[in-house]
Design a protein around this ligand. Structure first.
Ligand SMILES: CC(C)(COP(=O)(O)OP(=O)(O)OC[C@H]1O[C@@H](n2cnc3c(N)ncnc32)[C@H](O)[C@@H]1OP(=O)(O)O)[C@@H](O)C(=O)NCCC(=O)NCCS
Length: 157
């Protein structure tokens, strides 16, 4: 049976995450995204999972050190062995409830067996209109990616 489709990590942005501009380092945000995506993918599939693709990462706003951060990972499409996960990062002052979306991206994980080979995952079937739209969003991005990979082919070898 599949696990939960959505997962949220919550924590404070620590001073050790600072960049040269005084805010949270972009690489740290990417690590949080990968961790939330990994937990979501592993929870859904019940398997060890590896990142196969990170796409369209967009940083809208900086995150201040000391912010309360929420990293929300949601499965929006499942293939045979892959899980496409939308990750949104929200941050705000812990003294009030206002949170701002600071980052969005799509990250794709593949479930692997003990030998590292891709293995089948439970299918996620959208029912709500909002979820069907999210699945369409994932499919559109997948098709766009084919063009991007074609363009990148000579550098991928
Ligand atoms: C992930 C990995 C096992 C896939 O191996 P592979 O030989 O490409 O396997 P397949 O061709 O059978 O593809 C497996 C799945 O990955 C998906 N995939 C492959 N390339 C992809 C890409 N560029 N973008 C999105 N999904 C991709 C395939 O669509 C397939 O999904 P599906 O079964 O749902 O259709 C292999 O590429 C790998 O080990 N990569 C390194 C992973 C890693 O080290 N990550 C960083 C640290 S966790």
């Amino acid at each position: 049976m599949a696990g939960k489709r959505e997962l949220t990590l919550r924590f404070l942005a620590e001073p050790t995450a600072v960049n040269f501009g005084g805010n949270v380092h972009g690489g740290t945000v990417m690590k949080w995204i990968d961790q939330a995506g990994y937990s979501c993918a592993s929870g859904w599939s019940g398997c060890y999972c590896v990142t196969v693709y990170v796409g369209g990462i967009r940083f809208f706003h900086p995150i201040q050190i000391g912010s309360l951060v929420q990293v929300v990972a949601t499965i929006i499409y499942t293939g045979r062995t892959s899980m496409h996960i939308a990750v949104d990062v929200f941050a705000g002052d812990p003294k009030n409830e206002r949170q701002q979306k600071t980052t969005h991206c799509i990250i794709v994980f593949v479930a692997v067996d003990e030998t590292g080979k891709p293995t089948a995952v439970p299918t996620w079937t959208p029912e709500a209109e909002e979820d069907k739209a999210l699945e369409q969003y994932a499919v559109k991005l997948m098709n766009l990616r084919k063009g991007i990979e074609e363009e990148m082919r000579q550098y991928l070898a």
